[in-house]
Design a protein around this ligand. Sequence first.
Ligand SMILES: Cc1cc2nc3c(=O)[nH]c(=O)nc-3n(C[C@H](O)[C@H](O)[C@H](O)COP(=O)(O)O)c2cc1C
Length: 364
Amino acid sequence: MNELQEQMRQKLVALAPVASITNSIFRRICKSFGADYVVSELVSSEALTRESLRSFALARFTQAERPIAVQIFGGNPERMARAADLVNEMQPDAIDINVGCPARKVVRNAGGSDLLRDLPRLARVVRAVVERAAVPVSVKIRAGWDESSINAVEAARLVEAEGAQWITVHPRTRAQGFSGRARWEIIRDVKQAVSIPVVGNGDISQAHDALRMFAETQCDAVMIGRGSFGYPWIFAQTKALLAGRDPVIPTARERVDLALRNLSMELEECDAEPRFIIRRMRKHLAWYMTGLPGSKELRPEVFQAETYAQVERVLQKFLQLEEAAGSVAPSACEKREEDTSFASMSCDPASLEWASGGDGHAGT
Ligand SMILES: Cc1cc2nc3c(=O)[nH]c(=O)nc-3n(C[C@H](O)[C@H](O)[C@H](O)COP(=O)(O)O)c2cc1C
């Protein structure tokens, strides 16, 4: 048994891969708040093996992100094996195979969640990657293709037999996309069916949910996606609760400071023009402010900011409002009141079909 697989059994708290959101900068931020393990955004095996620079950029990570898995997708076993060769050179701690992406452009080429409709192909893909990978291979699956074909347990047994070292289960069907409820009982069923570690994922919107997932499913580790957007404190809070400590609630000042730090990191590290970076970052900035007094009212202003100075000015208003409101901290980690409904945290579903063309990347 390898070291990372062993760690997976220690109630590890992981950051989920989320295309176009959990980039290297956000992963580093989450690590600094206690995330134990992170996964890159999905990278197309087709694009990687065609030497797409964008794909290599997506797969790139820094030492601070370790342990990290680079996630690849595709339905062609030989291509996936060649992609594994290329990923080996980057020396990640694991290679994760995406078997959940619902985007049309991905499933059309037999990748992502389409593999759940063709288990023999899934077996060949996992076998091919395991044979070539220099590091442990893991697989991230959904519940099944649709309501009438829930097969997560069968798929999990199969990927275990093919040598995957752990499995992540996001228990929605491909047909559900990101709507409806993640059916945690499917995580429990998978956990009972396999002996490799099982990472539970889906609908952990606050730290208490993570504890509930551990208790209800007996999963070995949990993975958090949307619940971390603008709120990496969720990792520290989850770990505090797991250790029997009270979670610390960030102040408005801390949230504003982190939003600005995240934006500064983007401006320093990305090649694009600042105004494009700021436009791309507006949703993140709004997520950082979600639940603070004025978050709804000031949202349009956040979305109009074009420069760092303008962003700073809007965010300062949150501090003034917080002061005026008497700095009442939200109770426990009931983090972000009603305007943080999980739906509003989701990315635009349109992004799910985004950008698979050219470089072959797609949100999942
Ligand atoms: C916009 C978007 C992009 C995503 N990109 C990926 C991806 O690149 N790879 C992957 O395995 N899952 C991806 N996911 C799925 C998440 O990793 C996760 O399984 C899902 O959001 C459920 O977890 P959550 O409720 O904690 O967000 C994506 C989800 C969203 C909303």
